[in-house]
Design a protein. Structure first.
Length: 645
């Protein structure tokens, strides 16, 4: 709080003070402060080019990274004046500076210790010019495109962007040399070049933005045009929606790439095409022949007399991943869902916290199926939440779940009591509240045709777990996540993780067995931890153990090779036991995975554009790795399912 009071005092004193006419604001302010408040913590300096020329309008940001805080906090910001000078008034502590200016590379100054009476003064920050990417945005005929948004993304998530002028010209300055993704956005479409290598100095690259016509017809099973059908085409280049006319015709213009076609209309089964290549005549002669859907009818009952809740009924086919429209039952509980395809449908009715589900099967050729649903009787479940001393705990979240998932929840009142309604069944009981560890009852609660009372949950003091992630570089730690999970149900994220030295902390662990994991790019370090009741502190380090094997491969036949991505996952006893590592092949199709341990791995190679629309891998193989290995992989010209629908 002292620094806030000091900042307020500074603001009040500064309000009536104005720099002399013709005097630079930052310089005048610095002189004024040095005379009036010599003990105020501050950082002052100048931003110049490599040749010493002052940089006006540079943005200077100061951030503070206190101990035990997960992310740095912005504490002060300023823009340089015409002489390149700046003045910051941050909080007391150690700060990092970040300086940016158009056309220059980002500059960072770390570890500036600031305290009252010991300011950082006469700091000089030199900015180096960044690389330049310039060229034109052109259509399929080579004509310029005006108003296209050109976006260049960096690996750290930052981006540069500009608009093409009437002649199609664009120019991006201040680029950090290396590989970048460049994308072009125009209206609802976008196209991207996943990897563009930017060298120092000026780089020229003309960006093609090619859109092809996509045309087709939607027909009934008898071959008659279907009017009013909603047609949606989506892919790596964007998404468009159209409605068929009386002739059943639809038309789009899409950027070249992979896409899927979805068609929906009342009375017919929703249609989804196989991946479609938008390029050439195949995308202009699409014929979609719909299948008439069946109707699911039924009645929902079991609502107590006097209640009139809204009853919603939905259906899902988990085998085909289709979902039917949601129906609202009428006053008699009757519902109907249209346009369902053959198969087994999971039907769910819900109303005011009640729910019931069942299965209905639509046989091929059948026009209708029926399923009636009856809500079971619900009974009160009441209890109290107390702490370890028997004191009531207010605002604790209590939830009961069975094997299918959570079935009900409630908040405890000021006296610790809670109440909720549940049907017959056996339920595990859990409670959680900030400041306490999540706790469950040792014995489940059984509801059997009557109310249940006197359910008592005791919340224990939380356990604090600390440790370090070892075996990674600071750069790798910046890409690492740490999690803890219990019984494969309850998981927790760390309260802080310092990617400089890998230290972490979990503040709210409950007694029981935990699995603590650190994951980085498909690599996994994992350990088990038992937290005893009453234990307040625990320690656990996670160590990444790496091998010295290399898997290298070369792709042949794909078009273009630069669009492919390779994923490698550790494979054990028929299941993957680590997340996939990803390697992007270079323009010659070469990829490489290093620091692997001996064992079995699954290697998948896929066109990156097809991943977004659910295409299958072009290559999928389990590899036994006992020594360095090199692969020569022949890819098909196009995935098998990529033919027109």
């Amino acid at each position: 709080m002292p620094h806030r009071a000091l900042a307020l005092l500074f603001t009040l004193l500064l309000a009536p003070a104005l720099p002399a006419r013709g005097q630079e604001p930052a310089a005048a302010l610095l002189l004024w402060m040095e005379g009036l408040l010599p003990t105020l913590p501050r950082i002052a300096g100048q931003v110049v080019t490599g040749d010493g020329v002052p940089v006006e309008g540079a943005l200077v940001l100061a951030s503070h990274h206190p101990e035990r805080e997960e992310r740095p906090t912005l504490t002060a910001a300023a823009e340089t004046d015409r002489q390149g000078r700046f003045l910051l008034v941050p909080v007391v502590g150690t700060h990092n500076l970040e300086v940016t200016a158009p056309g220059f590379l980002r500059a960072r100054v770390q570890g500036l210790a600031v305290s009252p009476g010991r300011p950082v003064a006469e700091l000089t920050v030199r900015l180096l010019p960044g690389a330049v990417l310039a060229g034109r945005v052109l259509d399929e005929a080579g004509a310029p495109i005006a108003g296209a948004r050109v976006l260049l993304a960096d690996v750290d998530g930052s981006a540069l962007e500009t608009l093409s002028d009437p002649a199609g010209h664009y120019r991006l300055n201040g680029i950090d040399p290396g590989e970048h993704e460049v994308s072009i956005h125009l209206e609802a479409d976008h196209a991207s070049l996943p990897r563009v290598r930017i060298a120092r100095g000026e780089n020229r690259l003309d960006l093609p933005f090619v859109r092809r016509p996509v045309r087709g017809r939607v027909l009934s099973p008898e071959g008659e045009p279907v009017a009013g059908a909603e047609v949606r085409i989506s892919g790596i280049g964007g998404e468009h929606t159209a409605t068929t006319g009386v002739d059943g015709v639809f038309a789009f213009r899409m950027v070249v790439g992979w896409a899927r076609l979805d068609v929906k209309t009342a009375g017919y089964v929703p249609y989804r095409s196989r991946p479609l290549r938008i390029d050439g005549a195949a995308a202009q002669e699409i014929e979609v022949r719909l299948t008439r859907g069946g109707t699911l009818r039924g009645r929902v009952s079991g609502i107590p007399d006097g209640e009139r809740p809204t009853i919603r009924v939905s259906a899902a086919n988990y085998e085909t991943q289709e979902r039917g429209s949601t129906s609202v039952a009428d006053a008699l509980g009757r519902y109907q869902i249209l346009g369902l395809g053959p198969g087994t449908w999971q039907v769910t009715a819900s109303a005011d916290g009640r729910w019931i589900s069942g299965e209905a099967t639509l046989r091929p050729g059948a026009s209708e199926a029926r399923l009636d649903l009856t809500f079971p009787a619900y009974w009160p479940v009441r209890g109290r939440v107390l702490d370890g001393n028997g004191t009531p705990v207010e605002e604790a979240l209590v939830f009961l779940h069975d094997g299918a998932g959570p079935q009900g929840s409630a908040r405890s009142d000021a006296d610790g009591t809670f109440s909720l309604q549940l049907p017959d069944g056996t339920y595990e009981v859990m409670a959680e509240r900030e400041g306490y560890a999540p706790m469950g009852m040792a014995e489940p609660v059984t509801v059997a045709g009557a109310a249940v009372g006197d359910v008592e949950i005791r919340l224990a003091a939380e356990t604090r777990l600390t440790g370090r992630v070892l075996g990674l570089t600071p750069e790798e730690l910046a890409e690492t996540t740490v999690t803890a999970r219990q019984q494969d149900i309850y998981s927790s994220d760390p309260s802080w993780f310092d990617d400089r030295d890998g230290s972490y902390a979990f503040e709210h662990l409950s007694p029981g067995d935990w699995i603590v994991s650190a994951c980085r790019g498909g690599e996994l370090a994992e350990a088990r931890l038992h937290v005893a009741p009453g234990e307040t502190d625990a320690k656990l380090d996670l160590t990444f153990v790496r091998g010295d094997l290399t898997l290298r491969g070369a792709l042949h036949g794909g078009d273009p090779l630069a669009n492919y991505v390779a994923e490698l996952s550790r494979y054990r006893e028929g299941e993957l036991d680590e997340g996939p590592r990803t390697s992007a092949p270079d323009r010659q199709g070469v990829f490489q995975f290093t620091r692997l341990r001996p064992g079995r791995y699954r290697l998948e190679i896929q066109d990156a554009n097809l991943v977004a629309i659910g295409g299958r891998p072009a290559y999928d193989r389990v590899i036994e790795l006992a020594q360095d290995q090199e692969l020569e992989i022949e890819l098909p010209a196009a995935p098998e399912e990529a033919s027109p629908p």
